[in-house]
Design a protein. Structure first.
Length: 221
């Protein structure tokens, strides 16, 4: 008569099945983790491309007042409406970021007006710490004092750091800029580089680009 399986044979079969399932699960987990990482990378690259493309388009449409039409400001005089101002990107400040004017107004909703707009880029966060979002304000004349608004459209999410570096006519670099300041000779920069870091905290992805301005104002002689 045929006999049944022994206890040892049953235990051995269970062990083999356990090893098989463990191997399959490990392979599946590895593939799943790799797929998620690749998907996250693709998303981050797409987000960065959209963000930087918008910035490039805005900055290439820069509008400034050039000499001799531009007159260096006197004390207590009205600021130049076409000024460029950049402050350190500190989300804790009332406003920090980049302000300039350009022919790149994006009408919202049923708006029909067009023209030269005041563009603002700044970092925003609910708790004042990373990750941040980059907001883009777009204001037609009359221009207002830069001030963050919760209704400003989000240009990019998951931001760890946003840095602007400005190049003057001598090729020197500056982390801040104010075209209404004698510190830069009431000039506008010749070029700007943008350093954007997005993604997870442990290994953020870095994206860089540079824009050479088609027009500029030299230092006061």
């Amino acid at each position: 008569m045929p006999s049944g399986f022994t206890l040892m044979e049953i235990l051995l079969a269970i062990l083999i099945l356990g090893i098989l399932f463990t191997t399959i699960y490990g392979a599946w987990a590895t593939v799943s983790k790799t797929t998620r990482a690749v998907t996250d990378d693709i998303v981050d690259y797409e987000v960065a491309e959209i963000c930087l493309s918008r910035m490039i388009m805005d900055l290439q449409g820069l509008v400034i007042a050039r000499r001799p039409a531009y007159i260096d400001p006197e004390p207590n005089s009205e600021p130049d409406p076409y000024r460029m101002v950049a402050t350190t990107s500190d989300p804790a400040a009332p406003f920090s970021g980049l302000r300039f004017t350009a022919r790149s107004h994006l009408p919202m909703a049923d708006e029909t007006r067009n023209g030269i707009a005041q563009i603002l880029y700044y970092l925003d966060s609910q708790n004042g710490s990373p990750p941040y979002v980059i907001r883009r304000a777009d204001i037609l004349f009359p221009y207002e004092t830069p001030e963050p608004r919760p209704t400003d459209p989000i240009l990019c999410e998951g931001v760890r750091e946003l840095t602007f570096i400005f190049y003057d006519q001598d090729g020197q670099t500056h982390e801040q800029w104010d075209s209404e300041s004698d510190d830069v000779g009431f000039a506008t920069p010749r070029a700007i580089s943008i350093d954007l870091k997005i993604g997870n905290e442990e290994a953020p992805k870095r994206f860089e680009t540079m824009i050479v301005f088609p027009i500029y104002r030299d230092k006061k002689e």
